[in-house]
Design a protein around this ligand. Structure first.
Ligand code: KIV
Ligand code: ZN
Length: 529
């Protein structure tokens, strides 16, 4: 049997469906490039028919990456399959991923179909997809609660119809590892043509078992694992890619299964997702949390100093966490700064590097030591801002604030060589500054989310502010970093406002709504075939 598991990343589809993780096209493409660098075998780029934005993202990703297979999800409906294929057909390696629920619960209450009708629909959908594309995956939604004999019947029939991968999801995160092992073994042992397709796992984490269940499926013969970076996804999320892969690497003795992932890219990938979405990685998150390799207690530190293996089962380097010896500060020159960028795997054009170096010097005047996380935050903010000629930039601001008064802010912005100044008041200095920005740009918006996080630990830490603003056209995310939270707030608002004025909205709101109305379609038995 094939001893390599294919890693199918669904961060940009199942992951992006989760509240707070929506991304615009440009952000999805950045993520897709990093997933390619990570070495994932398949990227599920979206649900093409969900919205025009989703369609465009899938299509752009299909054209942007070379090595991985690019898949689009679609229901077992002609119009969905058509949209999925239109979106992925430009990929070097396209895949149509179609699905239909097979548990009696879903059939009776959601689809209002008999088992026979569902079987026929699955076969028709696979045949139709296979006429368009050589690479077709079929998912039996809610497989873990599907009757085992019926499951074998469906798996056999869809493979006969041309499915090259068959996925057995634990859609609601209900199964135990023993049950998953038995479910996959049953299919491996009883479906006569099972060797003509790859069996796949797709486990949700409602009971915290997604990774364990995925590994149980692999142990029983599944050779594709569907995962999301940092385990994001619907409700409690999907199996975390980094956890599945590092289990296979660290416990090769137990699983004996290979993979194509460059594990050294794992930390960078998780950080990119966090930077793009503004959702911080929990410090104790396995593999990629800030504390994953930190040894705090004296006993542990002593053990690690004597022999690192006492408390470290994998090295930080194996997931791409580098320990740097040299501390940068205000006396560091551009040579040391560019060397550090290179060490961090960041390559930027000379003019961007000069700008970053100037920002680094300003920061070094305010902050004693500059850590890698500070540099990454500066680079990230520069990526986010990429200020064009039509963008507003911050010139200066003054705020006055106190505990027994309204705060006031006077803000000056610049655009196309012209300066604009407005003042506003509010219940706090952040609110007042955002209002002043709103007055200058003469475009009303509401603040949907505001988050501030310290990039590093000490008092002089950089603060990274992430805002989400909304107008009638959509939702826009912005970021700003500064040692001053008012400046960070204005910069992040400007980042979002510039995107709003340029019309670069996030994708998910529309996608989520569209998906809901699809479910309604299915509920009302509307089939369209
Ligand atoms: O959780 C699930 O069952 C899914 C399928 C559509 C693959 O996401
Ligand atoms: Zn799912």
């Amino acid at each position: 049997m094939d001893n390599t598991v294919r890693i199918f990343d669904t961060t940009l589809r199942d992951g992006e469906q989760a509240p707070g993780y929506s991304m615009n096209i440009e952000e999805k493409i950045r993520m897709a490039h990093q997933l390619e660098a990570l070495g994932v075998d398949i990227i599920e780029a979206g649900f093409a028919i969900a919205s025009p934005g989703d369609f465009e993202s899938v299509k752009s990703i299909a054209g942007a990456v070379e090595k991985p297979v690019v898949a689009s999800l679609c229901r077992a409906l002609v119009k969905d399959i058509d949209a999925a294929y239109e979106a992925v057909k430009g990929a070097k390696h396209p895949r149509i991923h179609t699905f239909l629920a097979t548990s009696d619960l879903h059939l009776e209450y959601k689809l209002k179909m008999t088992r026979e009708q569902a079987l026929a629909r699955a076969v028709d959908a696979v045949k139709y997809a296979r006429n368009k594309c050589e690479n077709v995956e079929f998912s039996l939604e809610d497989a873990s609660r599907t009757d085992k004999d019926y499951m074998c019947q469906v798996v056999e029939a869809v493979i006969k119809a041309g499915a090259t991968t068959v996925n057995l999801p634990d859609t609601v995160g209900y199964a135990t590892p023993n049950e998953i092992y038995a479910m996959v073994s049953n299919v491996m042992n009883r479906v006569p043509n099972v060797d003509q397709a790859v069996i796949s796992m797709h486990c949700h984490d409602d009971l915290g078992m997604a990774v364990a269940n995925t590994l149980a499926g692999i142990a029983a013969g599944a050779r594709q694992a569907e995962c999301c970076v940092c385990g994001i996804g619907e409700r409690a999320g999907n199996a975390a890619l980094e956890e599945v892969v590092m289990n296979l690497r660290t416990r090769h003795d137990a699983y004996g299964i290979g993979y194509n992932i460059k594990t050294e890219e794992i930390a960078k990938t998780a950080q990119l997702l966090s930077k793009i979405t503004g959702v911080k990685i929990a410090p104790n998150k396995s593999i990629v949390g800030q504390n994953a390799f930190a040894h705090e207690s004296g006993i542990h530190q002593h053990g690690v100093m004597a022999n690192v293996k006492t408390y470290e089962i994998m090295t930080p380097e194996s997931v791409g966490v580098k320990k740097t010896a040299l501390v940068l500060g205000k006396h560091s020159g551009q040579h040391a700064f560019s060397q550090r960028l290179a060490d961090l795997g960041i390559s930027v054009a000379k003019d961007v590097e000069d700008k970053l170096f100037a920002e680094f010097k300003v920061l070094a005047d305010r902050k004693k030591t500059i850590e890698d996380r500070d540099i990454i935050a500066l680079v990230d903010a520069a990526n986010g801002h990429a200020a064009g000629a039509n963008d507003f930039t911050l010139k200066n601001y003054v705020v006055s604030s106190g505990n027994k008064m309204y705060s006031t802010a006077c803000v000056t912005l610049e655009k196309g060589g012209k300066e604009y100044t407005e003042s506003a008041f509010g219940t706090g200095p952040v609110f007042a500054s955002i209002r002043a920005v709103e007055k200058i740009v003469k475009h009303a918006f509401s603040l949907q989310d505001y988050q501030i996080q310290a990039v590093t630990e000490r008092r002089d830490a950089l603060g990274e502010v992430t805002v989400k603003i909304q107008d009638a056209s959509g939702t826009y995310r912005g970021k700003g970093v500064s040692t001053d939270i008012i400046e960070g707030s204005i910069l992040s608002t400007l980042d979002a406002v510039n995107k709003m004025l340029a019309g670069v909205a996030l994708g998910s709101g529309a996608a989520a709504c569209a998906q809901r109305s699809f479910d309604d379609d299915m509920l009302s038995g509307h089939t369209d075939r």
